[in-house]
Design a protein around this ligand. Structure first.
Ligand code: ACO
Length: 378
């Protein structure tokens, strides 16, 4: 305590910064739930669209509600012509996460609800952001690789349409199932760094686009969402399972992180990683890339033996994304596409019960002193 205030550690680990109805983690037991439903249950049975409804309405949808939400998302996957035009420049000039940050910010100018900050308008803005993120990523990727843009197919679900727009081929139903489950697993995760960022921005009553733009900037870093791309690079560097032990040892000796391991909250296996490990094994086998999964498992064994760390969500997700044909530098943006569900729900929750988030800081600079004219300094 200092001057009647609690002094938190640098990472605010012990601070509870908000009440939420959306998700809950038990870091000791390794459990995660969305609005009361265990993540394993949702991963096994729910589609991403169902989870979007759950996070935004706090209930699973009825059949009619699901149909309406799916139709809204499908229609909104169409981009505004300006977004496509802007993409031409972004595809040439910038990295995928910077593109996404800029495109989401620019999207505020084209949202039909404009500056309407009513609850209904916020709900529609949230769904548009969730829908359009998929198309922003695929449009960017097609343009930067000199391919024709593939327009959305409203007959497809969100995960299937993403794969369709990315590859321009009818997606394999098994690939769709794997991606849809991965979207479910990534959809929300309590007060992680990017969600906290979004809530801070929303707490000033700035608009949703500002909050989400800031969240994307936060997710970009390799200590947060950027870890899946780094994990993929590590699989490539390791090359074969026999090299994993030495790779891990070398990095640890150099005090470098093994990306996709460790977690601020989980002190045991991340429950999302359990599901993703299974998906990775299945998807890699199906794609004839069993060795990729074996490399990942060998890194997991070595990292646990040498440092006692468990994989987090980003580790096996990297292998899954790779075999679905998602380029490495789109892996963090795909994480963002799924997390858009949680970010927007948290922003709406913040608006609904708001107080400006404004922690204190402890001054550790020089004691009070007197200003001197410039010719008397030095
Ligand atoms: N590789 C090597 N050592 C690690 C790792 C890792 N991945 N993670 C933690 N450690 C070590 C630290 O070096 C430190 O060791 P020391 O006590 O010997 O100095 C100890 O474990 C504690 O680490 P902290 O960084 O203090 O743990 P914290 O809980 O603050 O960090 C974090 C969590 C940032 C996720 C960390 O584990 C990390 O950097 N992991 C790698 C990046 C990553 O995978 N990020 C994705 C997280 S999940 C997500 O955001 C979606």
């Amino acid at each position: 305590m200092e001057n009647g205030r609690i002094v938190a550690d640098k990472g605010l680990r012990e601070v509870i910064a908000a009440d939420t109805h959306l998700s809950d983690i038990d870091g000791e037991k390794g459990t995660l739930s969305y609005v009361g439903y265990e993540i394993d249950d949702l991963a096994a049975h729910s589609s991403f669209e169902e989870v979007v409804h759950l996070l935004h309405h706090l209930e699973l949808p009825t059949a009619r509600q699901l149909e309406a939400l799916s139709a809204f998302l499908a229609a909104e996957r169409d981009l505004h012509p300006f977004q496509v035009q802007l993409m031409g420049t972004l595809a040439e000039q910038t990295s995928p996460m910077s593109m996404l940050r800029t495109s989401v910010s620019a999207s505020s100018a084209f949202d039909p609800d404009g500056w309407d900050e009513s609850e209904d308008a916020q709900a529609r803005k949230a769904l548009r952001l969730i829908a359009k993120t998929a198309s922003l990523l695929t449009t960017y990727h097609r343009l930067r690789t000199g391919m024709e843009i593939v327009p959305p197919n409203p007959a497809l679900g969100h995960a299937a349409d993403f794969l369709w727009m990315l590859h321009g081929e009818e997606p394999d139903p098994e690939d769709v199932r794997v991606l849809d489950t991965t979207f479910v697993l990534y959809a929300d995760h309590t007060m992680n760094a990017s969600t906290f960022t979004a809530r801070i921005v929303a707490s000033t009553l700035a608009d949703m686009f500002s909050a989400i733009t800031a969240a994307i900037g936060t997710l970009k870093g390799p200590l947060h969402g950027g870890a899946n791309e780094e994990a993929m690079k590590s699989f490539e560097e390791v090359g074969k399972p026999e090299n994993a032990e030495a790779y891990v040892r070398d990095r640890l000796e150099r005090h470098e992180k093994i990306f996709g391991f460790g977690h601020a909250v989980y002190k045991t296996y991340d429950p999302r990683a359990t599901v993703l490990k299974r998906l990775s094994r299945e998807a890699c086998d199906r794609a004839g890339k069993a060795q990729l999964h074996e490399i990942a498992e060998a890194i997991e064994v070595a990292t646990f033996e040498q440092k006692g760390l468990y994989p987090n969500v980003d580790f096996y997700a990297a292998a899954v994304f790779h075999v679905l044909g998602i380029p490495t530098d789109l892996m963090t943006p795909v994480f963002a596409a799924a997390r858009m569900a949680g970010w927007t729900a948290h922003v709406r929750e913040q608006y609904a019960d708001n107080k400006v988030i404004r922690p204190g800081s402890r001054y550790i600079g020089p004691p009070e002193r007197t200003w001197t004219p410039v010719d008397q300094r030095g």
